[in-house]
Design a protein around this ligand. Sequence first.
Ligand code: GRF
Length: 187
Amino acid sequence: MVKKRACIFISGNGSNLNNLIKKSREYNFPIKIKLVICNNAKAIGGTYAKKNSIPFFVVDTKKRDFENKMISILKIYKIEIICLAGYMKIISKNFLERFRKRIINIHPSLLPKYKGLKTYSRIIKNREKKAGCSVHVVNEKLDSGNIIVQKSFYLQASDNELSLKRKTQKLEYLAYPEAIYKIYKNR
Ligand code: GRF
């Protein structure tokens, strides 16, 4: 099978990146990770790229043309799909045009509920019964593109932000690979 050439965008811990790197070693997994891009030089996630000898680029988002730089790096590595995994920057319209329907994201809530930031604290505050994660296509509107995979669980009365995060991320490690499989299943 010819695997698609993927780039993972990160900003922080990179636990989803680490999980996808592991998954991509499986024979049938549809993508191989050819590049990691990060907007934060101090991101712990960068160590996973380095440890696995995956080219790793830090972009300076204070520079006006940083996205053009990203686009040229993505071209050099012939990237076919971009997976956002905790990437904390909004993707511009121009960038989206270049990679239409080829950028996906994972979000720690049952979208369309709790778009945006601070999802865990809002979910706990609202005493939600259910929580979970969503993998979706990225479009112009924040956390609003078509949902590819969603996974949920019931909250316990004793759950707090920390336990909610732990449980949600555990599901994310299943949901992201599953979404990638689903995208390429019939292609
Ligand atoms: C994930 O929980 C994801 O839902 C959100 O950012 C977090 C990134 O975590 N978009 P990590 O960097 O993969 O550990």
